[in-house]
Design a protein around this ligand. Structure first.
Ligand SMILES: Cc1ncc(COP(=O)(O)O)c(C=O)c1O
Length: 505
């Protein structure tokens, strides 16, 4: 090969000049600043339907680059077509605003683009993640020495927890032999209010959705421990192998916190892995008024929580905490591939690898946005916003309870309020109706409230989601938003009443 042939001249550098980066960053910062200052005034949900949402954007694969000004203008159009989780009257699902600090942390994380697979690939990011995990563990009163890892969200944290639990309690080497050689089905227990990610995890892991034994919750939507005991005993008599119980610390439907201490006692008695799904509710331990609900949380084998829900950190920021690092490692560690062999002292910090504790190999630098959010605001201030969210949900619950055109459908335990619109006079009708007629009236109310919810969502002034509680359709407001005020709650009730009037003609 001649010298000339050996020389490769690079023409395809994707970097930008310093001046171009300056221009890009000032334009992006302007967009972000505008968004944060205007989000409260935008329609919560766009006035659009499927196709027109992006119809004005160029749909052909872009072969040549375009000016940044045009692209940022398009970004503004895209932003118009989203549901704004930062809007103070966005109460659907469990969707929080991100803080400006968290948003900029994400930009830094993407800029350095570190891959947090293991210490050797990301020394500082790995140490920071392990520190943030300990912070989260001590912050919610789980353990000062909590181990664990950050995940995409609560579903992933629950999936990893179910895998660790299953492997820890199985007698056979499932990792090598597969499930089919492991004898009778192994069963998981949870209330009928448990998040669907537990059934999904059982499905993915080959345990099977039917092996998640859902126990009917009590009248306040808590796990009924007596019924739980009976089910475990019945399954043992039938030759099944109970291995795990999942308690919710803040159910997705109503925010109910299961009796953690009692569940823990039962788990110990039957040698079950005790997992707590605190994806939504665990941060409420920071509200002193709510802390007693979480007694027993420190006794769990594992806990899921989402910083991207009630700690106002941008998505994705889930976390799984556990105390038995060896059990977690045993579920995941494999030394089949040469490229993951860590040639450091086995127990040193430098040998630490997240792939030994979870499913993902390539992982974003999630810890930075949690770390920056906590350092920027401090836990005291974050705790105050959580407590205010709880107070606003209690206020909504009181308004609903005292009104003669609403009915509260579940106790307000944390920051979720479930209720329905009940036209004036209907309460007396319902009470007087014989059982058969009551079913018919309830169905009519379900339909009316479904139409009201859709009308409110499409109206863009407020956004509620729904829950099915004892077969009834409930409007559901989940308040995890530091921008929401009492006036927003009042306004939302007015918006619902207006929608109801329109729907009833
Ligand atoms: C109690 C509970 N668990 C798990 C999840 C799933 O979390 P993610 O959406 O982060 O996967 C949710 C989501 O709302 C939840 O409320």
């Amino acid at each position: 090969m001649s010298e000339k042939e050996k020389t490769i001249i690079r023409h395809s550098d994707l970097g930008l000049s310093k001046a171009e980066i300056d221009s890009l960053s000032s334009q992006v910062t302007k967009l972000v600043t505008e968004y944060f200052s205007q989000v409260s005034d935008l329609p919560v949900f766009p006035q659009t339907s499927g196709e027109p949402t992006i119809a004005h954007l160029e749909s052909r694969l872009p072969l040549a680059g375009e000016p940044l000004e045009k692209l940022l203008a398009d970004c503004r159009e895209i932003i118009k077509g989203i549901r704004h989780n930062g809007h103070p009257r966005q109460f659907g699902y469990v969707a929080s605003p991100s803080t400006p600090a968290g948003a900029f942390a994400d930009l830094i994380a993407s800029t350095v683009n570190v891959n947090v697979t293991a210490w050797r690939s990301a020394p500082a990011a790995t140490e920071l993640e392990r520190m943030v995990v300990r912070w989260l563990g001590s912050m919610i009163g789980y353990s000062e020495e909590a181990q664990g890892l950050l995940t995409s969200g609560g579903s992933m944290a629950n999936l990893i927890a179910m895998l660790i639990a299953h492997r820890a309690k199985a007698k056979d080497d499932i990792a090598r032999k597969g499930l089919w050689s492991c004898g009778p089905p192994m069963t998981i227990y949870a209330s009928d209010q448990v998040h669907m990610s537990i059934q999904k995890a059982a499905d993915i892991l080959g345990i099977g959705r039917d092996q998640v034994r859902t126990i009917e919750s009590d009248d306040k939507f808590h796990l009924n421990v007596r019924a739980l005991r009976e089910k475990v005993q019945e399954d043992l008599r039938s030759g099944l192998k109970p291995f795990c119980v999942v308690a919710s610390a803040g159910t997705v439907n109503t925010g109910a916190v299961d009796p953690l201490n009692e569940v823990s006692d039962l788990a110990a008695e039957f040698d079950l892995w005790f997992h707590i799904d605190g994806a939504y509710g665990a941060p409420a331990t920071l509200d002193e008024r709510k802390r007693s609900l979480f007694r027993g949380l420190n006794r769990a084998d594992s806990v899921s929580l989402d910083a991207h829900k009630w700690l106002y950190v941008p998505i994705d920021a889930g976390c799984l905490l556990f105390r038995d690092q060896a059990a977690a490692r045993a579920a995941f560690a494999a030394d089949e591939a040469d490229y993951i062999k860590v040639l450091e002292q086995p127990d040193s910090d430098e040998a630490f690898a997240f792939w030994d504790y979870g499913i993902e190999l390539s992982r974003r630098f999630r810890a930075l946005k949690i770390w920056l959010t906590f350092r920027c605001y401090g836990i005291t201030r974050i705790a105050a916003t959580i407590s205010e969210d709880n107070s606003l949900a209690e206020y909504l619950g009181r308004c609903v309870h005292e009104a003669d055109d609403f009915e509260l459908l579940a106790p307000v335990e944390l920051s979720i309020c479930c209720f329905r619109y009940l036209p004036k006079g209907w309460n007396a009708r319902l009470l007087a109706a014989p059982a058969a007629e009551r079913v018919y009236l309830d169905e009519e109310l379900d339909q009316l409230n479904t139409r009201i919810m859709l009308a409110v969502q499409r109206g863009g002034q407020a956004y509620l989601s729904n829950a099915t509680l004892r077969g009834r359709f409930a409007l559901r407001a989940c308040i995890t938003n530091f921008r929401t005020t009492q006036a927003d709650i009042d306004k939302t009730l007015d918006v619902i009443r207006d929608a109801a009037r329109r729907e009833m003609g």
